[in-house]
Design a protein. Structure first.
Length: 87
C-alpha cells in the first residue's frame, strides 16, 4: 500500500547522511556460513528468509536487540525486541 504522506526525498537524504556519518556506526555483513544459519533459523522459527538472515547476522555478530514492530522476532530467544512505536 502506498504511503499517503511519504517523507520528502530531501529529509530522507539528510537522515541517511547523518546516520552514515555517525562515528560509532558499524556496518556488519554476512557470509555463506551466515546464510546456512539463516536457513536453519527460517525453518525452526517459520520466518521469511530475509528476517532469518537478519537474525543469523545478529547472532554471528553478538547483537541481541532489534528495534522493529515485527513481533515474530520474539520467537527467537537470543533476540530482545523493542517496538519503537510503543516506546
Amino acid at each position: 500500500e502506498k504511503v499517503k504522506n511519504p517523507v520528502p526525498d530531501t529529509v530522507v537524504s539528510r537522515f541517511i547522511h547523518d546516520i552514515s556519518s555517525f562515528e560509532r556506526w558499524t556496518v556488519v555483513g554476512y557470509d555463506a556460513q551466515t546464510i546456512m544459519e539463516a536457513l536453519k533459523i527460517q525453518k525452526k522459527f517459520s520466518l521469511h528468509f530475509w528476517d532469518a538472515l537478519l537474525a543469523a547476522t545478529m547472532k554471528q555478530n553478538h547483537l541481541d536487540t532489534i528495534y522493529t514492530e515485527d513481533s515474530h522476532f520474539k520467537k527467537i530467544s537470543w533476540i530482545s525486541v523493542v517496538n519503537p512505536f510503543l516506546e
